[in-house]
Design a protein around this ligand. Structure first.
Ligand code: IMP
Ligand code: MG
Length: 189
């Protein structure tokens, strides 16, 4: 695994992001809406650097990657959201890849009558966007590689790494093999 961003790099990026948000939103109340599950670490770090009234809520999105590293059909669950009418909302996701997840969620949040909806992502992959929108705040531009850690997973694993690492084809094959070993029934003797 190649380390793309160390824990210190990530902390500096969150510092810049929170400064940018504070500059734009000031001390007005803000509703942070995180996208489960990949944004959990980012949301936890970001909200502790914001000032003024902050409400936190979560939605869930999955692009049915399953064991794959390519996006598929998008599924959204917004049933945990509070009433957003008149709120200034900051949608927070881990990564902007094709952009379909962020675009669909922004449409949903705007339909709910928020006064404003801005979007923030930790990472944006270069040259991958398939949509006509851009996130308002971007932490880091990264190359088109599959990345894990700091909340991002490979097939449910590796979210807990404190840094961001890129997986190459050999890393992916090794991760699959190790998962297969873990799910094999214990041999009887
Ligand atoms: P998009 O809809 O293609 O922009 O995909 C966004 C979602 O796909 C993110 O919220 C992530 O959950 C997931 N994703 C995209 N790229 C990666 C990656 O490199 N590693 C882990 N998850 C990723
Ligand atoms: Mg996600």
């Amino acid at each position: 695994m190649e380390i793309l961003l160390s824990a210190d790099d990530l902390a500096a990026g969150i510092g810049r992001l929170s400064d940018d948000v504070k500059r734009e939103v000031g001390r007005r109340p803000i509703t942070v809406v995180g996208v489960l599950t990949g944004s959990i670490v980012l949301v936890a770090d970001l909200i502790r650097r914001l000032e003024g009234p902050v409400t936190v809520s979560m939605v869930w999105a999955s692009s049915y990657r399953g064991t794959a590293t390519r996006p598929g059909e998008l599924e959204l669950r917004l049933d945990l959201l509070p009433d957003l009418a008149g709120q200034d909302v900051l949608l927070v996701d881990d990564i902007f890849d094709t952009g379909h997840t962020l675009k669909a969620l922004l449409q949903e949040l705007r339909r709910r009558g928020a006064a404003s909806v801005r979007s923030l992502v930790l990472l944006r992959k270069t040259g991958r966007s398939e949509v006509d929108i851009e996130p308002d705040f971007v932490g880091f531009e990264i190359p088109d590689k599959f990345v894990v850690g700091y909340g991002l997973d490979f097939d449910g694993d590796l979210r807990h790494l404190p840094h961001l690492a890129a997986l190459d084809d050999d890393d992916i094959a090794a991760a699959r093999a190790s998962q297969a070993r873990c799910t094999e029934p214990a041999s009887r003797s």
